[in-house]
Design a protein around this ligand. Structure first.
Ligand code: ADP
Ligand code: MG
Length: 566
């Protein structure tokens, strides 16, 4: 049985696809959500979940939370005298979910689909896979969180070109993604967010309001309060209460002194204005990247526990002029989607039709130097595959030598968004010999091919002499078998073609050419315009653009081509 797991910063959930539907599994406390927290108890034993979160309140130095933030880094987290890597802590959470699933299913669980934020880079994804492996799970696939939310809401059952905006406000992170469905494929078209903005910031605002409302509170007491976990917990509780009520009383005891204050939802919302404002930028960026207007979205989906706050719903309703979708419990949507994908992986007939693609969460390219107004500037990043491109993808570009009689070209392969090449993460190098020639006259064709498993195949061909070189950059920790790897690599080979050489596209252009030859005057002009439009779509090498342009081109040709009626 494959399980689907939402490995969250604050909370994690596990589910399965059973009897044709996703089903979440309760932990030993009877909750669907397990806090992503790990602690050492008084006996030095590791504890996970709710007990660990409780422990964090009383013994913060014995507990770790929010370690998802450090996935993919070398950072160690200290629990008492012991140190842990973030993936080890995540593995403990996964192990606990695995045990809950096994108790529920009555069988061992060895495989999982795990969700990750769309913006996770290679190192973060690798660390997540490693966490799965450490927990004894074969990670069948990493699924982007917004894609999972889209699946939970049945995006794949919508009409072609349906678009969803997924608004995910969790405990400490905020993510906005735009998804599009087209011909059996769900794509994440853009994602943006703020890694330092979430429900906790609203609790912080609540805590400050409380201090403001308490009479005669000194700045020293204020200082003391802000370090107290009791204050935090009381603020968190009050925040949640205000999601269902117009007003609440926040109270706590500090040094035998009882503090209490009434706080209204209205006051809380006013004090949160700045946080609400910060939510807007990423929304605008995601829409801009996806080239969509708010009105043209089909649905806006709310996920993440913090979207329970009415002010969030109101803001979204105002911004998008419609009610957001929220029929699934906002902190369960991603886990449900992961379970749907797990069902798909297990080849459950109910979901046979669904094919998923994800997008590149970062840009891939090489370092080049460029002539600008007669001066040569090095260390420039030249992306071949841009962020937010759907995968799998294959793109090529031509690069030339920079000095006379250069004997080789060395590709420095990087991932990242900085215009400065060396600031991006280095993935590898590839060298190719070129025939001696004047600067700029020897050139190479560089092709990057990337798939959802994180395999990057780099080909380089010298255009003068015909030399070739190739390197395969892969997740070193990937748990694909040699056979799976060979299959994935074989699939990549199929992508290495310029779209203008694809049979379908060649055929349509040939058909247009025939029609052109048959017609005269204004009609010729129209056909020529269509051909130019389609050719420029092909040059983008973007499958989504091409797919849509192809439909339009075909429809246009059908409308004037009478020959097939005979
Ligand atoms: P993550 O994706 O970070 O694991 P979740 O989606 O589980 O996080 O969301 C956790 C956040 O949701 C916390 O900040 C919590 O305070 C907030 N939250 C949960 N329930 C409510 C509620 N009823 N009202 C307001 N905030 C809530
Ligand atoms: Mg989440």
């Amino acid at each position: 049985m494959i399980v689907g797991i939402d490995l969250g910063t604050t909370n994690s959930l596990v589910g399965v696809f059973k009897d044709g539907a996703p089903q979440l599994i309760r932990n030993a406390h009877g909750d669907f959500s397990t806090p992503s927290a790990v602690a050492l108890d008084d006996q030095g034993q590791l504890i996970v979940g709710l007990a660990a979160r409780e422990r964090a309140a009383t013994h913060p130095d014995m507990a770790a939370q929010a370690f998802k933030r450090f996935m993919g880094t070398d950072r160690r987290l200290r629990l008492g005298k012991r140190e842990f890597r973030p993936e080890e802590l995540s593995a403990l959470v996964l192990q606990s979910l695995k045990a809950d699933a096994e108790a529920f299913l009555g069988e061992t669980v060895t495989e999982a689909v795990i969700t990750v934020p769309a913006y996770f880079n290679d190192a973060q994804r690798r660390a997540t896979r490693m966490a799965g492996q450490l927990a004894g799970l074969k990670v069948e696939r990493l699924l982007n969180e917004p894609t999972a939310a889209g699946l939970a809401y049945g995006l794949q059952e919508r009409q072609n070109n349906s678009t969803f905006l997924v608004f995910d406000l969790g405990g400490g992170t905020f993510d906005v993604s735009v998804l599009e469905y087209f011909e059996g494929v769900v794509e994440v078209r853009a994602s943006a967010g703020d890694m330092r903005l979430g429900g906790e910031d609203f609790a912080q605002v609540m805590g400050q309001l409380f201090c403001d409302a308490c009479p005669d509170i000194t700045s020293a007491t204020r200082e003391q309060l802000s370090r107290s976990t009791h204050w935090w917990r009381a603020a968190e509780l009050a925040k949640r209460e205000l999601s269902d009520r117009e007003s609440t009383r926040m109270q706590l005891v500090l040094d035998n002194r009882a503090l209490s204050a009434d706080i209204t939802r209205d006051a809380f919302e006013k004090a949160s204005a700045e946080l609400l404002h910060r939510l807007r930028r990423p929304i605008e960026r995601a829409l801009h990247d996806a080239q969509l207007q708010p009105a043209s979205l089909d649905e806006v989906v709310l996920v993440g526990g913090a979207t329970r706050m009415p002010m969030i719903r109101q803001m979204i309703t105002r911004l998008f002029q419609r009610l957001p979708l929220r029929t699934i419990d906002p902190d369960q949507a991603i886990a449900q989607g992961a379970a749907v994908q797990a069902g798909l992986k297990a080849r459950d007939a109910a979901l046979d039709e669904v094919v998923l693609t994800d997008v590149m969460p970062f840009s891939l390219g090489i370092i080049v130097s460029q002539e600008v107004n007669g001066t040569r500037i090095g260390d420039r990043f030249s992306p071949l595959i841009e962020r937010n491109t759907p995968v799998p993808v294959s793109r090529s570009g031509v690069y030339s030598t920079v000095s006379d009689n250069q004997t080789f070209i060395k590709l420095d392969i990087r991932q990242g968004e900085s215009p400065v090449g060396s600031e991006n993460l280095k993935l590898g190098e590839l060298e190719i010999a070129v025939p001696p020639a004047k600067a700029g006259q020897a050139s190479v064709d560089v092709r990057f091919t990337y798939d959802a498993n994180g395999l990057l195949d780099v080909d380089v061909r010298d255009l003068l002499g015909g030399n070739q070189a190739n390197t395969l950059i892969r997740n070193t920790d990937t748990n694909m078998s040699d056979a799976q790897m060979a299959e994935a690599v074989a699939k990549l080979q199929g992508l290495k073609r310029h779209p203008r050489d694809d049979a379908d596209n060649v055929y349509l252009l040939a058909r247009a050419k025939r029609l052109y030859e048959d017609r005269l005057g204004a009609e010729r002009q129209v056909i020529q315009d269509w051909m130019a439009q389609f050719s420029s779509a092909l040059e983008t090498q973007d499958p989504r653009v091409i797919r849509q342009a192809r439909s339009a081109f075909k429809e246009a040709l059908d409308s004037i081509d009478t020959s097939f009626r005979f």
